[in-house]
Design a protein around this ligand. Structure first.
Ligand SMILES: [Cu+2]
Length: 593
């Protein structure tokens, strides 16, 4: 482990900003959001940054809606003046001192990517986690240019939860979101009100976690210029500065009360594993998780012993009890997840020492809480939360179509690697055609598959029928964790199953794939492959760790049309870990060719 670096900005001096709230009911459910170039302060000691933001702000306004009350948003694209992000790939993975270039600000010898610099601000907005008709879901190729607009209707016929809206432009989502195009969206419903959970300020606080990097001037001083930097060995941008609600390492004053934090990892690629320390000791007992991506869990759960893991786009609804603490008490939130994240554990007690340059985590600090005088307001945690969902019944799963998807990294010599999702079709035992096959062996039973789609533009092969459960198997044949997100309906995680696998030399072609997969733990595999208690809710994004198959049960129910599923590491999604699927009304199935 390389030594920690001096922090180039003073931590815990900027107050945590709270995004502006845009309450749909105050506008009769009709909102206008302008997508604009803005000026933003990431830290008191940084020059202001040019950003792209919803209403010109970073994050955008938090839209709050009521279940059952539709919201119409006019998204007006008013971007101008070229992209606010310099995109570069450094020449080497490490600098002259051996420090990984992604741990440092500046371009590290890289030249600005002229293609990225030439972008003019086409946009398309996706409401992540929204049960949205296909025409309003933000299809990645349906762009609107500066000067154009899109009017999207969101039915809001779904359970209360924290969603987020962000840009989804084909091939450049990573730059547009990095430029600032992300905001939170909260849906509320009566069930949450019945539970008496904090709603609105001061006791409900959204926390949008991201990482950002900045430029350097000739004197080596930080500028506010946003820099998206990769290197020849790491295709994802892992930026050194953790930003919460748009501020680097902020501080929040809290009263001695129970707070509700709505946490989203909105980073391009970085996974967070959050640990709260007081005087260097983890404080797990004061944190209870009550919700996940798609709302309330059935019952409150404690955090995993290593900390709360959130990969890109995952959310957590947390109750944190500060009510026993004296004014002046400080608690600091740390991140212990190395990058690229592969699920490897890290003891929570060592969180303050989690800095690890080789793991592209130069500064584990996230933010600080400082207790200030105020009325003591302890709030008991309800023992029963959601009552509106259960695991699918065995007979529903017996009848469920099964779909298999292999996550594959294709390596190249001169250009960054391609990550693809290979959709697999079963090859019948009688089928004697030869060619590259994927075999999946479970004890003495082997299933043979052939890859039938790899790229976003390949023909759709998934046509789920509305109302029917499906089981999707996500098979990770790479060395990193991929957060896989499915648009439209949420899903439940059924299993994490350890696997071993072998891919022969030249086994990964443009479409073809040869692989031997065996269910069972690989001897070198140190991961647990358990479903955490906080994953036993309704999810829309699931981590698929190395050496495992994740099985999920999903049932699309309301809207037919063309949707997407993809890895939510934006550098993967853009290149090329995204695929379409088409939900179908049952009565149309007989007419499918
Ligand atoms: Cu990925």
């Amino acid at each position: 482990m390389a030594a920690a670096q001096r922090m180039p900005l003073t931590p815990f001096v900027d107050v945590l900003p709270l995004p502006e709230r845009l309450l749909a009911r105050d506008h009769n459910g009709r909102l206008t959001v302008r997508i604009r170039t803005g000026s933003h302060s990431f830290h008191r000691d940084l020059p202001r940054s040019r950003v792209w933001g919803y209403d010109g702000t970073l994050p955008g306004p938090t839209i709050e809606a009521e279940r059952g009350h539709p919201v119409r948003v006019e998204w007006r694209n008013e971007l101008d003046g070229g992209p606010p992000v310099i995109v570069t790939m450094a020449g080497d993975e490490v600098d002259a001192d051996g420090v990984p270039v992604q741990c440092s600000p500046g371009l590290s010898g890289g030249t600005p990517d002229p293609h990225a610099a030439a972008l003019t601000g086409h946009s398309v907005v996706h409401l992540h986690g929204g049960l949205t008709p296909a025409v309003y879901d933000g299809w990645t190729e349906n762009l609107f240019a500066p000067g154009q607009l899109a009017v999207f209707d969101y039915p809001m016929d779904q359970r209360a939860t924290l969603l987020w809206y962000h840009d989804h432009v084909m091939g450049v989502t990573r730059f547009d979101v990095y430029a600032g195009l992300a905001g939170l969206w909260i849906i509320r419903d009566q069930r949450e009100r019945d539970l008496g959970l904090p709603e609105g300020p001061p006791y409900e606080v959204p926390l949008l976690l991201q990482d950002r990097n900045f430029g350097l001037d000739e004197g080596g001083r930080l500028t506010g210029q946003l820099v998206h930097k990769t290197d020849p060995g790491v295709m994802e941008a892992f930026a050194p500065f953790t930003v919460v609600n748009g501020k680097v390492w902020p501080i929040l004053d809290v009263q001695p009360a129970t707070y509700r934090f709505r946490v989203l990892n909105g980073s391009n690629a970085r996974t967070f594993r959050l640990v709260l320390l007081r005087d260097g000791v983890p404080e797990f007992d004061r944190i209870t998780q009550i919700g996940t991506d798609s709302g309330l869990l059935r019952e409150p759960v404690a955090l995993p012993s290593d900390g709360l893991v959130l990969a890109s786009a995952e959310r957590a609804d947390l109750l944190v009890d500060f009510s026993d603490l004296q004014p002046g008490t400080e608690l600091t939130l740390y991140n212990t997840a190395g990058a690229p994240f592969d699920g490897a554990p890290f003891p929570a007690a060592d969180a303050a020492d989690a800095a690890d340059l080789d793991a592209l985590l130069p500064y584990p600090q996230v933010m600080r809480f400082r207790v200030v005088p105020g009325p003591v307001a302890h709030r008991p945690v309800p023992r029963e939360l959601a009552t509106d969902f259960a695991l699918p019944k065995p007979e529903e799963l017996d009848a469920a179509p099964r779909r298999a998807i292999a996550l594959v990294e294709r390596e190249f010599e001169d250009v960054p690697n391609m990550l693809t999702m290979r959709e697999l079709a079963v090859v019948d035992d009688e089928d004697e055609t030869t060619g590259p096959l994927i075999t999946l062996t479970d004890g003495d039973h082997t299933t043979r598959y052939r890859a039938v789609a790899a790229h976003f533009e390949d023909t759709a092969t998934f046509f789920p029928m509305l109302g029917q459960y499906e089981i999707w198997q996500l098979i990770n044949l790479t060395d990193d964790t991929h957060p896989i997100h499915i648009h439209l309906d949420p899903f439940q995680v059924l299993a994490r199953r350890p696997i071993g696998w072998e891919i022969p030399d030249d086994g990964i072609g443009d479409l073809d794939l040869s692989a031997r997969i065996t269910l069972g733990r690989d001897p070198d595999d140190e991961l647990d492959h358990v479903i955490d208690a906080n994953e036993r809710g309704l999810k829309d994004t699931v981590r698929v760790n190395p050496h495992e198959i994740v099985e999920i049960a999903v049932r699309f129910h309301a809207y037919s049309g063309r949707y997407m599923y993809h890895c939510h590491i934006l550098e993967h999604e853009d290149r090329d870990m995204m695929r379409p699927f088409v939900t179908m009304p049952p009565e149309l199935m007989p007419f499918m060719a």
